[in-house]
Design a protein around this ligand. Structure first.
Ligand SMILES: *Cc1c(COP(=O)(O)O)cnc(C)c1O
Length: 356
């Protein structure tokens, strides 16, 4: 497929790298591509960043038939721009598509377009320590229709946003709140898909947690409310007796790429790493007998997000000594060193963005 590139005549002013937040600012260009049943995916184009005009009846606005991805471009000290395991994001976009009846994309082509887009806006990849360019691909249902059925037409777009360091003053451990009243998803639902519904389902509990003074919700399974699943919108990892434990991908957990990278590193470092069910009762017992050493979230935005406190019913546990644990620190350093080109890439995770 052809990829048209139309450059803006009115480039915006680049932001100050030291004041970047998350997802508030967007670059000069975006990628757009449309789908219709007779043409398939067509009209792939990089063009000036602009609003998407939508009729009020556009299906995505009503029934949430949409999926997305999140990844980053990193600038190395020698001014190269690189991506981290982006083929995984493309594969996951297609997996998510299947759950909500969205037609598949050509993964290699969309990755090619994504690289071109980043290359066109490469000046927007920030330079300050631990900053990056966040990349958001999404697909939305575009039919004008209020009936409930899968849309026939779709728009795929990719937007870019320069983002600041997640922990601007060094690691800042978070406190989490176990919800045994709300559920995010259930087996057989959409938990394995990166789709809007799961985020909509998480908002209310997150607000309850925040009002109680906690940063994130620890989600238990939707059926028995016993098995630990995820934390906020991250996968969760425990260090118990020196080994890593994370819940298995049993149908209601998103297959995180950071999760997979951490498991890969753990195996490389001969750290026992188990993907197995873990209940809230087991966690309480492990805290009680002193074998629970660390808890941290894993996801692209933060890489690793250490947990200092966990609240469940009337108990508030302090995890370890309430500071960042050595395991969280080690995974964070190893992964970010590869992402920013400060270390070798023994697993072939890095994909360079070439000049246009
Ligand atoms: C995106 C996401 C993650 C993390 O996945 P990464 O590929 O590591 O960024 C975890 N859980 C949920 C629910 C997510 O949407």
């Amino acid at each position: 497929m052809d990829l048209k590139i139309i450059k803006t005549k009115m480039p915006k002013e680049l932001p100050d790298d030291s004041t970047l937040g998350f997802g508030q600012m967007f670059t000069d260009h975006m990628f757009n591509m449309d789908y219709s049943p007779d043409k398939g995916w067509y009209d792939a184009r990089i063009e000036p960043y602009a609003p998407i005009m939508m009729d009020p009846s556009t299906m995505v606005l009503h029934y949430g038939q949409t999926i997305f991805e999140g990844l980053k471009a990193y600038r190395t000290s020698d001014e190269k721009i690189q991506l981290f395991r982006p083929e995984r994001n493309m594969a996951r976009l297609n997996r998510s598509a299947g759950f909500v009846c969205i037609p598949e994309i050509d993964e290699a082509f969309v990755l090619h377009a994504l690289k071109k887009l980043v290359a066109v806006d490469k000046e927007w990849v920030p330079r300050a320590p631990e900053t990056s360019l966040y990349i958001r691909p999404a697909i939305v249902a575009m039919d004008h229709y209020l009936g409930v059925r899968p849309s026939h037409t779709y728009r795929l777009f990719i937007m870019l946003s320069p983002v600041g360091a997640y922990f601007s003053e060094g690691f800042n451990p978070v406190s989490i709140w176990v919800s045994d009243e709300h559920v995010r998803t259930v087996r057989g639902g959409l938990g394995e898909a990166k789709t809007a519904a799961n985020y909509a389902a998480s908002l209310y509990a997150a607000q309850v947690a925040r009002k109680a003074g906690y940063t994130q919700v620890l989600w238990l399974d939707g059926i028995e409310q016993r098995h630990i699943e995820e934390v906020g919108t991250m996968n969760i990892m425990f260090v118990i007796n020196g080994g890593l434990v994370t819940p298995p991908l049993g149908g209601s957990i998103l297959a995180g790429i950071t999760r997979d990278s951490i498991l890969t590193l753990a195996r490389e470092w001969n750290i026992p790493a188990a993907e197995r069910p873990i209940t809230i009762d087991e966690l309480m017992a492990a805290h009680e007998d002193g074998s629970l050493q660390e808890i941290f979230g894993a996801g692209t935005a933060a890489v690793v997000s250490p947990v200092s406190h966990l609240a469940w019913k009337d108990k508030v546990l302090t995890i370890g000594d309430g500071r960042v644990g050595p395991m969280a620190q080690r995974f964070y350093k190893a992964i970010t060193d590869i992402q920013y080109g400060r270390a070798d890439d023994p697993f072939g995770w890095i994909v360079p963005v070439e000049e246009v």
